[in-house]
Design a protein around this ligand. Structure first.
Ligand code: TGC
Ligand code: FAD
Length: 392
């Protein structure tokens, strides 16, 4: 891959809306991505290998539990700082951001929000430092968009629970030390359970042949009569609202992260178009290329404003799940469209691994599907504004 010359676009002076702490956190993440992610990420994606070497750096920039209080090892930051970290990481690669999203919002968040004090003390500091890595098991082979139909279940056996079932498409599963798993009890009520690697009957086969998120490890979670100690049940919330609450936090991070991928594609296309000469002048001088670039920066700016406002609402505890859905849907779609346009600006060079655009484009095909598909988020908005569910 060519040297990382990224310059962040800020067309509406959004930096003026950020605090000094926001900028400090953002710049540290940006610097780390340039130094430790950009030089290795293309090869990792080509090899379809999660680069474990980045775990330490992710912990150091506060990407594991940015908003978890410091007493549990988190960085104690606000939601905008969390969003900015996700933006910078995804500027490097969506798969790297996935690892951070899962660890923070889908593993640390449920333990922090729904866990006992003992669970918080036992797991959160180790997850924040990267000593433990986690994954989140909601999706099943036959239940993706409709998680309430899940069949993974546990039975009360007196001094322990017995867990059976399977989860599919689980980020980080092949190397995770713990899994937060959603399963039904004998009454059909959904609960979260902490499953630890090494428990008998628990396996995590890797899913291969992905053309997307190749630098992120994806796999299954298989439970064959796994004995779960009773103290591993998350005691403070049950029902589908518990996992969906975690998704709110992760989807918010994705709404910011997608901006990072879009900014990288735009910046790369802008630079290339000024350097590439055809018909005796830089292609940036042709109206058709300017249209592409002008529309990209317009869409990025709108997405930045949406994410920032959502961050303010989250900080005030006022953001609704439907508002988060709108931002996730809009910003990922925006980023994917920009990646496709930006790739064309580079002509043939755009399909090579010398530039990041094609990798972003393929990654975003997963991002538009996971954490609720593009269409599911539209239906969430539809339900919110009409009061009528069109899901079933
Ligand atoms: P529905 O009847 O609407 O709701 C059931 C209960 O949940 C409550 N609720 C929420 N609570 C918190 N946050 C939200 N976002 C919530 N949305 C709904 C709701 O109030 C209700 O509570 P209660 O007390 O009345 O029971 O549920 P439904 O079965 O009709 O489904 C609704 C639907 C389709 C929107 C939902 O299930 C959905 O979002 N489906 C998409 C599934 C999804 O996003 N899966 C993601 C898996 S994890 C993942 O992809 C990680 S990728 C990680 C990475 O690598 O970055
Ligand atoms: P389906 O639900 O089968 O949907 C197929 C199509 O039908 C979609 O276009 C969908 O929008 C549409 N559709 C479904 N229902 C309706 C409806 N009511 N109305 C209209 N259209 C509808 N899950 C986890 O639990 N943990 C993870 O860590 C995780 N990581 C992932 C990593 C990757 C790389 C990927 C690709 C997925 C990951 N997922 C994870 C799973 C992800 O959340 C699901 O893929 C997603 O929720 C969609 O489920 P599905 O793939 O089964 O699609």
């Amino acid at each position: 891959m060519k040297p990382d010359l990224f310059q962040a676009p800020d067309y509406y002076n959004l930096d003026d809306l950020l605090t000094e702490e926001h900028k400090m956190v953002r710049d540290a993440a940006r610097e780390w991505v340039k130094r430790d992610v950009s030089p290795i990420i293309e090869q990792a994606a080509q090899d379809a290998k999660f680069p474990k070497s980045i775990i330490k750096g992710l912990a150091e920039i506060g990407a594991f539990g940015p908003y978890i209080p410091e007493e549990y090892g988190g960085a104690g930051l606000d939601q905008i700082a969390y969003g900015l970290i996700m933006q910078e990481i995804e500027r490097g690669d969506s798969g790297v951001r996935s690892t951070a999203s899962v660890q923070s919002s889908l593993v640390m968040y449920p333990i922090y929000k729904y866990g006992s004090e003992e669970q918080k003390k036992k797991y959160l500091p180790k997850l924040a430092s990267g000593e433990f890595m986690g994954c989140f098991g909601l999706t099943e082979p036959d239940h993706g968009s409709n998680p309430s139909g899940m069949v993974t279940n546990f039975k009360d056996k007196g001094d322990h629970y017995l867990l059976n079932g399977a989860k599919l498409w689980i980020s980080n599963s092949p190397f995770a030390d713990i899994a937060v798993v959603w399963a039904k009890n004998e009454e059909g009520r959904i609960h979260g359970l902490i499953v630890e690697r090494g428990m008998e009957g628990f396996s995590t086969p890797e899913t291969h042949n992905k053309w997307s998120l190749r630098a992120s490890a994806t796999g299954e979670l298989i439970f064959d009569n796994v004995k779960i100690p009773k103290e591993n049940l998350l005691p403070n919330k049950s029902g589908l609202g518990a996992p969906l609450g975690c998704l709110d936090s992760a989807r918010f991070g994705i709404a910011w992260g997608a901006i990072g991928a879009a900014m990288d594609c735009y910046d790369t296309a802008l630079r290339y178009s000024k350097e590439r000469v055809q018909f005796g002048k830089p292609i940036a001088g042709f109206q058709l290329q300017q249209k592409k670039l002008a529309e990209m920066i317009t869409e990025i700016t709108k997405a930045q404003l949406l994410a920032w406002r959502l961050g303010v609402l989250r900080n005030e505890g006022k953001a609704t799940s439907a508002q988060i859905s709108m931002a996730k849907r809009n910003n990922v779609d925006m980023a994917l469209k920009i990646a496709r346009e930006a790739r064309q600006v580079l002509g043939a060079m755009g399909i090579t691994g010398d530039y990041s655009i094609m990798r972003h484009m393929m990654n975003l095909e997963s991002v538009i599907t996971y954490e609720g598909t593009h269409d599911i988020h539209l239906l969430i908005t539809g339900m919110d504004i009409t009061g009528i569910s069109a899901f079933s």
